[in-house]
Design a protein around this ligand. Structure first.
Ligand code: ATP
Length: 643
């Protein structure tokens, strides 16, 4: 079976080269993230701008408050110095009281603008990240299924969660504060130079080595952050696969092996984190050391100079306070830089994803404009009598015309396939497993595109049909039914925001399964767990049939489940199949030949080619491939009956 949904098998499972360690083998299965080039930061920031723009007013307001706060913070040590110098004057007591009151007021103002400044910045960041997250999610809906075949789910989850969070961090505490840090730094330099240029120069001697050290570390930290993201994506991919496949892991007692593989992935993740922690901590410690050395040098120089030219106590207090403040912005700048690097690495990956060109069935301009043509083709429309068949100039519901198809270049799956179904006709596809039957259905829905030939639905080439209109013409009952968390009713009404309960009941009644689900605790509102794990395979199939009837499309595609089900459910499903097919065109991908005796035409597939077509009786009389398949199943059924 292919998938009308995502095929986890196709997500990787590359065999590791012989001679690789177990760790390498395990990691290789989750694909290396594409290596990122030295992305231009300005380009990435420009890419983020459309998401920031709607919230820019909050950022600007926050920036104004930040500049005000920086100014007030720098003013205080200067006032403190003046206060200490006042000790030497006769009216020291009055000056002290005045200065004390002024510093108190400044401190209060500084603290009271800190809250709105941080709040507004975080607000803008959270909103912009929310918009970006929604944009990436919507973008995923527009990709071709082939893209999901190649991309591990965990990697995509990381893009929408961790990478966007890293960008949020940048908004929340990074970019704007860095501007505040820079302003603070410039103000401190100016005030220090004006107060005592010699002491100031002693402090500034430390700036070039600190700047070089910060730049060197910055590069390392950026690399470390990239590495962390790669390892996070791998871990998510591995966890996703292991948790989805838990039943197989436990049934085949693979716990120990999985734990060992996870250890390797976990260890690689830990080591990547460790590198970033080491660089971060080393930078912090180095800056603290430089700060202490500067204070010591200033005090020493003041001592030496006092032999000829005394440095006032106020000047020393101001300098010690400024040196502490001077290195804080430098240290914070580097921390902000770390956040910025992390965010840019995340943004780079997001934009790399958004650059993906595998667009799913784009809406061509001609189709979008040609509303008249759309009506004529009649996708999804109903005629005046409420017949689910749409009005159209053609008498065919769908047609594959000399179609060739391959999932991977050079591996043909369908070869020169021509099948057609008139409106209301019931067509069955039969053939060995892997013959290409499910692939035919995927091409009709344009989940994949034919390499050669054309696929038409109601006379219109699917490549010229708006995606939504085309897919509204179909209801698909897949082999493996996917249920969303919610209730039975919400699953039957999949896609509808408001559940039409009367329609749900009617759909269940028509397939004869209303009593079965109403008997459950909670009735139609009974909870459906993740992926429908609290429902049997047969029950899930019945819900899928009801879903198809609820949608009431002109064409039904039924990919029959191969799973064995009990005879009661089998009887219910048979009833459901016939109920679902009434009044519409149907394509049945059949595994049990008993299901399809009464269809209008049977198409027999062998290795991607159509080898026979005709009614059950005609094909049996021909004594070809279908007759052999039928004999095989019939004798198997007889043997079962005899046992
Ligand atoms: N997403 C995919 N990527 C690559 N190859 C695929 C993909 N899906 C299916 N195939 C391959 O295409 C071939 C046809 O698959 P398809 O599912 O159409 O067969 P089928 O006749 O429906 O089989 P079954 O009776 O088991 O459901 C198989 O060889 C399968 O391995």
């Amino acid at each position: 079976m292919t998938t009308l949904s995502v095929d986890p098998k196709a997500n990787g499972a590359k065999a590791a080269a012989p001679g690789k360690t177990r760790a390498e083998t395990a990691l290789a299965r989750f694909h290396e993230e594409d290596r990122l080039g030295e992305g231009l930061d300005a380009n990435i920031l420009a890419g983020l701008w459309p998401f920031m723009r709607p919230h820019a007013k909050w950022l600007v307001l926050s920036l104004v408050l930040l500049l005000l706060g920086s100014g007030l913070a720098v003013l205080q040590p200067w006032l403190m110095g003046r206060t200490f110098d006042a000790f030497e004057h006769p009216d020291a007591a009055r000056t002290l009281m005045q200065m004390g009151a002024l510093i108190l007021v400044l401190k209060l103002v500084e603290q009271s603008i800190a809250f709105p400044q941080v709040y507004l910045m975080q607000l803008a960041g959270a909103r912009a990240s929310g918009d970006l997250r929604a944009h990436v999610f919507r973008f995923l809906h527009t990709r071709k299924l082939g893209f999901f075949d190649r991309t591990p789910v965990g990697r995509l989850v990381t893009r929408v969660t961790n990478d966007v969070d890293a960008i949020n961090e940048m908004f929340a505490s990074g970019t704007l504060n860095a501007i505040g840090d820079l302003v603070r730094l410039v103000l401190i330099i100016v005030v220090m130079l004006r107060r005592d240029w010699q002491l100031a120069l002693i402090t500034f001697v430390a700036v070039p080595p600190v700047a070089l050290g910060v730049m060197w570390t910055r590069r390392r930290i950026r690399d470390a952050f990239r590495e962390i993201r790669v390892k996070t994506a791998r871990m998510n991919a591995y966890l996703n696969e292991q948790i989805s496949g838990m039943a197989v892991v436990q049934a085949y007692a693979r716990e120990e092996q999985s734990a060992l593989e996870f250890d390797d992935i976990n260890e690689a993740y830990r080591q990547a984190n460790n590198r970033s922690i080491v660089f971060d901590a080393a930078l912090d410690a180095a800056i603290e050391l430089v700060q202490s050395l500067c204070i010591a040098a200033v005090l020493w120089y003041a001592g030496v100079r006092s032999l000829s030219d005394r440095v006032s106590f106020g000047t020393l207090v101001t300098f010690v306070a400024y040196i502490e403040m001077f290195f804080i912005p430098i240290r914070d700048l580097s921390a902000r830089m770390t956040q910025l690097q992390s965010a840019l690495a995340g943004a780079e990956r997001i934009f790399q994803l958004l650059d993906n060109k595998d667009e799913d069935a784009p809406v061509p301009a001609a189709a979008a404009e040609g509303q008249a043509e759309k009506k004529d083709a009649g996708f999804g429309a109903k005629d005046a009598e409420g017949d689910p068949e749409p009005r159209a100039s053609t008498s065919l519901a769908f047609e594959l015309d000399h179609v060739d198809f391959e999932y991977k270049p050079g591996v043909p799956i369908l070869r020169d396939v021509s099948i057609h179904a008139g409106k209301g006709e019931k067509i069955a596809l039969v053939g060995a497993t892997g013959a290409g039957k499910t692939t035919v259905a995927s091409l009709l829905l344009r989940l994949y595109e034919a390499k050669q030939g054309s696929v038409r639905v109601f006379g219109r080439d699917v490549r010229n049909a708006p995606r939504d209109e085309l897919r509204k013409s179909f209801a698909v009952v897949p082999q493996e039914v996917f249920l969303f968390p919610g209730t039975i009713a919400s699953n039957i009404a999949a896609g509808d925001v408001e559940v039409d309960r009367a329609r749900v009941v009617r759909a269940l009644e028509r397939i004869g399964a209303l009593d079965l689900f109403e008997r459950r605790e909670g009735g139609l509102e009974a909870k459906v767990e993740e992926r429908g794990s609290n429902f049997s395979a047969g029950e899930r199939q019945l819900i899928a049939f009801a879903r198809a009837l609820y949608r009431d499309p002109p064409i039904l595609v039924l990919d029959e489940a191969t799973a064995n089900i009990d005879s009661d459910t089998e009887a219910r499903l048979q009833k459901a199949v016939w109920a679902a097919m009434q009044g519409r065109t149907a394509l049945i991908i059949a595994h049990r030949l008993s299901t399809i005796r009464a269809v209008d035409r049977i198409v027999v597939f062998h290795k991607g080619r159509v080898v026979e077509q005709g009614s059950h009786e005609t094909l049996l009389a021909q004594g070809g491939a279908y007759a052999r398949l039928y004999q095989l199943q019939f004798s198997r059924t007889e043997a079962h009956a005899a046992e």
